[in-house]
Design a protein around this ligand. Structure first.
Ligand SMILES: Cc1ncc(COP(=O)(O)O)c(C=O)c1O
Length: 497
């Protein structure tokens, strides 16, 4: 088999399967679309259903499928600078789960940023590990988390020299990179593996105009969502690792536990194709995307009433690099929350954004966009701003929409103990001094105000009451209106030093 970066073993196998026109006596039950409903055929397309097959379900002889995957993963490992690569069909979420389960068991400490994706907290519940949080600063103006400063990282390592892993999210949702090379040096000096949640950085390694990627910076492992910013289909992701400080054998067996036993070939083949595309054309494609994003940022900044996060972020705490292809835009001074701006763009201009929070919208720019797409966006924003300036909307300060997050109290027990133990739902006002059994993450800033196992303070109660009054968008708790909170039953409350 050809092993250059142009080759695509999984994509080629799928093409061969389609061309041989096999009669399928294997999964899935729609049998290459023949049994699909008319609606499914119309919306999903006959071409997709024709190749919707699992890796070990007919693409190759049963015994040969594993070889195909191994060849594709080896090419991806080389492209992303890792010793091993595992293709994931359940997103970076499943990669984060696999890494925590590999590195930390019950009662082990792991250092984790407070702004981690919820997959990391879930993984702590699964494994029984104990978090030592590092708190990134929150930008007071934009209401979004920045990143972990080297100073805070050093303090966390000093507090927990026995930590089994140091996790960092880089880049963040808004494109803010931590000082990964420094963090690799510091964690390795302490004998702790550095694990990077690089869900938002599958492209970094392939273009010199983008921040340094995790594996180049010396990380021991990283997860990176192929579907988020490069051309893998939804849910495609890769886990990258090197074996100096973690067992690749154990990692492999745990990855196999967290993945479907019927990985969908179109997802796997799309990772193969995206890797080949990046390895051979990444520099040119992403240089073009950076240029488009920079053009759009300049245009949007020139529209009265609108603003984009730009290079000034590099002066802020914990921000050592910035992915300029991420556009965070606010229309607060035109009187609109991020949610309102999202709806206006969707309803009036047929533009769909990546995400919205009370202050901002976030837009992804990739090499899949053309200059015409960016012109459409800028024209829509210009028109929107003119309409609402003329309508004389009251100017609104973004800062006024933010509530100061309460300080982290203490972790009274592991997230797993709190999550699985006996608990009760109490009015929030009665919860001070109790231990939370659930996660509460208000947006903004998307940082948990409580995780399972954390003590609830008076300050937390006051925060939750204010968040309820303002009807903040919240993820995690059973009662999304924040009238009640689920806490650990008193008899189970255990104190930790
Ligand atoms: C920082 C971070 N990590 C992990 C994930 C999970 O990635 P996926 O959607 O590929 O499972 C996300 C998703 O948004 C994320 O933002």
């Amino acid at each position: 088999m050809d092993h250059t970066q142009e080759s695509t073993p999984l994509l080629d196998a799928l093409r061969r399967y389609r061309e041989r026109d096999y009669t399928p006596f294997h999964t899935p039950g729609h049998k290459r679309g023949k049994g699909a409903s008319d609606g499914a055929r119309e919306v999903l397309g006959a071409a997709f259903l024709d190749v919707d097959v699992a890796l070990a379900g007919g693409v190759e002889d049963t015994r040969e499928s594993a070889g195909l995957l191994g060849a594709a993963e080896a090419l991806a490992a080389a492209a992303w600078g890792a010793e091993r690569c595992f293709f994931l069909v359940n997103g970076s979420t499943s990669g984060v789960h696999s890494l925590v389960l590999t590195l930390a068991g019950p009662q082990d400490y792991v250092i984790v940023p407070r702004n981690s994706h919820k997959s990391l907290l879930a993984a702590l519940i699964f494994s029984g590990a104990m978090p030592q949080y590092v708190e990134p600063a929150i930008d007071p103006e934009w209401g979004i988390p920045l990143n972990i400063s080297n100073k805070k990282a050093a303090a966390a390592l000093a507090a927990r020299p026995d930590a089994k892993a140091f996790f960092v999210t880089s880049p963040t949702y808004n494109g803010f990179g931590a000082d990964l090379e420094h963090l690799a040096g510091a964690t390795h000096a302490a004998g702790v593996p550095l694990i990077v949640d690089q869900a938002w950085g599958p492209h970094l390694r392939f273009c010199s105009k983008l921040p340094i990627d995790a594996m180049s910076a010396g990380a021991d492992a990283a997860v990176t969502s192929v579907h988020k910013l490069i051309s893998g289909v939804t849910q495609s992701s890769v886990l990258l690792a090197r074996g100096e400080r973690l067992s690749l054998h154990r990692l492999e067996s745990i990855v196999r536990m967290t993945q479907s036993t019927s990985p969908q070939m179109p997802i796997l083949a799309s990772i193969d194709a995206a890797r080949a595309q990046m390895a051979t054309q990444g520099e040119a494609l992403w240089s073009q995307a950076v240029e488009l994003a920079e053009w759009a940022r300049g245009q949007i900044d020139d529209i009265a009433g609108l603003r984009c996060v730009g290079d000034e972020c590099l002066q802020k705490e914990g921000v050592y690099s910035f992915d300029r292809t991420r556009l965070t835009v606010t229309g607060c001074s035109l009187g609109h929350s991020g949610y309102a701006l999202e709806s206006i763009l969707r309803n009036d201009y047929s533009i769909a954004v990546e995400a919205a929070d009370p202050l901002n919208i976030v837009l992804n720019v990739t090499y899949g966009d053309s200059m015409d797409d960016l012109r459409t966006l800028v024209a829509a924003l210009r028109d929107y701003a003119a309409r609402y300036r003329d309508a004389g909307q009251a100017a609104q300060s973004c800062a006024g929409l933010l509530i100061k997050l309460p300080a982290f109290t203490r972790q009274a027990m592991t997230p797993r103990e709190a999550f699985f133990g006996a608990s009760e739902a109490l009015p929030v006002a009665a919860c001070a001094g109790r231990v939370s059994a659930e996660i509460v993450t208000p947006y903004p800033p998307g940082i948990p105000v409580l995780g399972p196992g954390e003590e609830v303070s008076d300050e937390t109660v006051a925060y939750l009451a204010e968040a309820a009054r303002r009807r903040l968008h919240v993820h995690g708790p059973e009662d999304l209106t924040l009238q009640k909170l689920r806490v650990v039953k008193e008899s189970r409350k255990r104190r930790r030093a």
